[in-house]
Design a protein around this ligand. Structure first.
Ligand SMILES: [Zn+2]
Length: 402
């Protein structure tokens, strides 16, 4: 039975302004994925429904961002941006390599701005404030009960710290929004299936039991940010409220789904949050150029289905995903699942698929499942068993899960 009742309402948060920002022509993070996703959702008849609204976000103001972020850091980011053309001020910034930028203002380096990962581009502050505004808007609408589902594809900047940029993230929209929700007295669960560990969100609430943070990601042994191991379970009051499931390289759908199903439903059930924020990064895909997992959108969709069942009120965020078309497909499927719809190609055979990549990727949104086999799969299963045992022994008892 579907989740859609008569009162069900959802919102897709989008504006061309937000999608059109560009870090640089060569930077892997592309906000335009949001437009590709909306186009694909339209093609699959997932937007024009009576309960679905498409809403434009507004930026958060300085004070709202400063409820989480360090003011001096924000002011620096703002100054760089409002001097508009960063290029005029610091001619080398956008093109310089990290080691070359040592000649720059040391303050900027301290904030990890002007690096390969976090270039200074025109509009960087406004972009960041707008992404946080989009996430905050979705959270408010879900928290108030106006909608049960919200989706902000250009959200989930989970690496940004209170006082510096990191990993393509300048402002941590997740931490800013959770800070606002906590002020309202809400209990929040953050479930992150992006391929990278959400270190910024983990650090923000590591000693807090009002936020349950659960992250599934490729192990930090071989990939940025090098954190997110199973023994990082929170401290003080927050002990047991931070859960990491680091996945070995080449983890496939089957292994991921098994881990997800054993960890997420019991924890969400026990914690009973007022709302769930889900970071649905699509960079776990086998085709993703920045990661080493072997998942397809089938495993991804299973996780989204489980989340939709466990969380009656959910704000979904896009996160990473560096194969543009694969990411648009994954997010389109996630949007369909959250709205309890079956995607149906409205234009099949009528127009070409140029906008969405090769036509072969359009007719059916679902991938063919890929299985890791042999000794590698055995090792993956063993490692996942070890991690699941650790979480069940060290975290589950804190939540009285037996
Ligand atoms: Zn990622």
């Amino acid at each position: 039975m579907g989740r859609r009742s008569e009162k069900f309402a959802s919102v897709f948060i989008y504006s061309d302004e937000l999608a059109n920002y560009e870090y640089s022509s060569t930077h892997p993070f592309k906000p335009i994925r949001a437009k590709l996703t909306l186009d694909l959702c339209r093609r699959y008849d997932l937007i024009e429904r009576p309960w679905i609204r498409l809403i434009k976000p507004q930026p958060l103001n300085f004070e709202e961002l400063a409820e989480f972020h360090d003011e001096t850091y924000l002011k620096t980011l703002q100054a760089i941006d409002s001097s508009a053309t960063a290029k005029e001020l610091w001619p080398d910034v956008s093109s310089s390599r990290k080691e070359d930028s040592l000649t720059l203002d040391p303050q900027i380096l301290q904030y990890e701005l002007g690096t390969d990962d976090n270039p200074i581009f025109s509009g960087v502050y406004d972009f960041s404030a707008l992404t946080a505004g989009a996430t905050d808007l979705g959270a408010k609408m879900v928290a108030s009960g106006e909608v049960q589902v919200a989706f902000n594809p250009v959200g989930g900047f989970h690496h940004a710290a209170r006082n510096h940029a990191e990993g393509f993230c300048y402002v941590n929209d997740v931490a800013v929004t959770i800070t606002h929700l906590l002020k309202e007295g809400l209990r929040v669960a953050f479930v992150d299936i992006d391929a990278h560990h959400g270190n910024g969100v983990q650090d923000a609430f590591y000693r807090d039991n009002r936020v349950l943070v659960i992250s599934f990601h490729e192990t930090g042994r071989g990939i940025y940010p090098g954190s997110g191991f199973e023994n990082e379970i929170g401290e003080g009051k927050g002990r047991g409220f931070n859960v990491n499931v680091p996945l070995p390289e080449k983890t496939d759908d089957e292994a991921f789904v098994r881990a997800f199903e054993e960890i997420v439903p019991p924890l969400l059930d026990a914690y009973a949050p007022d709302m769930v924020i889900a970071e649905l990064g699509a960079d776990t895909h086998i085709a993703d150029p920045l990661t080493h997992l072997s998942m397809t959108n089938n495993g991804y969709c299973q996780a989204v289905k489980t989340l939709a069942q466990c969380a009656p009120r959910i704000l979904a965020l896009g996160g990473g995903g560096y194969d543009l078309y694969k990411t648009a497909r994954s997010w389109t499927l996630a949007w369909a699942i959250l709205n309890d719809l079956e995607p149906r190609d409205e234009y099949v055979g009528i127009i070409g698929g140029m906008m969405f990549g090769p036509e072969i990727e359009v007719g059916d949104l679902y991938d063919k499942t890929v299985y890791t086999t042999g000794i590698i799969k055995e090792r993956i299963n063993k490692e996942i068993d070890r991690i699941l045992d650790f979480v069940k022994q060290n975290v589950f008892p804190i939540h009285k899960i037996h």
